[in-house]
Design a protein around this ligand. Sequence first.
Ligand code: RP5
Length: 167
Amino acid sequence: MSPRVLILMGSRNDWEVLKDAGRELERLGIAWRAHVASAHRSLVRTLELVRNGEAEGVGVFICGAGMAAHLAGVVAATTIRPVIGVPLTGGVADGLDALLSTSQMPGGVPVATVAVGKAGARNAALLAAQILALGDRDLDARLRCLRVEQADAIAAADATLAEGDRG
Ligand code: RP5
């Protein structure tokens, strides 16, 4: 099946975090594919993967990178499909460097930047799903169910607080 979401990561070491995006997409029944593709170490191949993905019908790109995290920006410069950047920890500022590199794009080439690390990887998948759901009623329904389940889980967690814990 052709992927609707392409996950790219700057290093094999980033997969430990980015796999949470794949897991979330899987849960929502969205076809996806992942590649290690560095903006710095393998630029030409990265551009090829983006162009091939676009030709295959990829609707959203998720790009995770740490340190001088230029992957999402380079991908956004190559495609007009939405690009979601996931900044990763590591480097001298432990994620703050990647957050700024990913989010501070010049006007004209947007990257939707999510939180640093695993929460960001998960939210990148959900945001990709929300974008795709604009043209997919079944996916829209699955996302609405997920929100209800999430709220139910919080209510269930609240119910586990002992009376004394409530003050
Ligand atoms: C970035 O540099 C990668 O996204 C990774 O997060 C970071 C370090 O890469 P490795 O040295 O771990 O391969 O390009």
